[in-house]
Design a protein around this ligand. Structure first.
Ligand code: CUA
Length: 299
């Protein structure tokens, strides 16, 4: 597939050169082997000959591979340098990986679960993680960079064609790693400015469930994922473990809030401990209120 970023051709050059060289060498070595086996078989040469070293040959097979490897290095370097030099005019977007979703935040505070970008303009990515190591991977752009907790990795790209391109997580990050799918949507710059300029206001509750990563573990349709489903959860009676002792509680506003702040304090029986990060620093008070309102409605 043709790449869709300004530097994808450079990555492809390195790949094609290395692949081409390897295929040629494979064919050459295999042919030489077959010729030797036939030509010097035992019936024709019952007594093996003693062969002295050859300076010419040894020089050749040292110099030629060195040149080949240096050319490979050159192609790799040429592409890598472009990918590391972030243009000054690039528009910054913060990419946050979390178990198990992506969140994209623009300079004006606008958040999205898909990466919307203007075709033909430089975009700089600030890669962050709130929990474990994730890896932001857009194959069509030949772009892959890790999101490491506590570090601030950077990357950039310029999309050259309008379209939708897959985003994967390329670092195994737990049970729902494969669910970390999203899209880059590359749209004409004017449409982008319009999209970015529209103040969405605070995200709606339902959208919050995705942006905050809740839906990676809690389904909305009743199916069992890593955590209990949100469907019809409000008002039901659950058995929870408090300090290892089972007791019954009613899922009300207070319980939901406590579950977000201290997920393991009153853990629903049958679900694993220590998986959900406390949300105190990740979800604001008013966002918690909005989430609780949505859960009330999810019947
Ligand atoms: Cu995130 Cu794998």
């Amino acid at each position: 597939m043709n790449g869709a970023s300004s530097y994808s051709g450079l990555v492809d050059n390195a790949f094609i050169f290395i692949l081409g060289t390897s295929v040629l060498l494979l064919i050459g070595v295999t042919l030489a082997m077959i010729i030797m086996v036939v030509k010097y078989r035992r019936s024709k040469h019952p007594n093996p000959a003693q062969i002295e070293g050859s300076v010419t040959l040894e020089t050749l097979w040292t110099v030629l591979p060195t040149i080949l490897v240096l050319v490979m290095f050159y192609y790799g370097w040429a592409g890598f340098k472009v990918m590391r030099d972030i243009p000054d005019d690039a528009m910054p977007v913060t990419v946050t990986g979390q178990m198990w979703s992506w969140v994209f935040e623009y300079e004006n505070g606008k958040q999205s679960t898909e990466l919307i970008v203007p075709t033909g303009r430089n975009v700089k990515l600030n890669l962050e993680s709130v929990d474990v190591i994730h890896s932001f991977f857009v194959p069509a752009f030949r772009l892959k960079e890790d999101c490491v907790p506590g570090r601030h990795n950077k990357a950039w790209f310029k999309s050259t064609r309008d379209g939708e391109y897959n985003i994967f997580c390329a670092e195994y990050c737990g049970e729902r790693h494969s669910a970390m799918l999203s899209l880059v949507k590359s749209i004409p710059p004017r449409e982008f400015d319009e999209w970015l300029g529209v103040d969405p206001g605070p995200p709606e509750g339902a959208q919050l469930l995705t942006i905050k990563g809740c839906t990676a573990c809690h389904s909305l349709d009743g199916s069992k994922l890593i955590g209990p489903t949100f469907k019809g959860v409000f008002g039901i009676t659950e058995t929870v473990l408090t300090d290892g002792v089972a007791r019954e509680i009613v899922v009300d506003e207070e319980y939901i809030r406590k579950s977000m702040l201290e997920p393991d304090a009153d853990l629903v029986e049958g679900y694993p401990k220590g998986l959900m990060p406390p949300q105190g620093t990740l979800v604001k008070d008013e966002e918690m209120d909005a989430i609780i309102e949505v859960l009330k409605e999810l019947k």
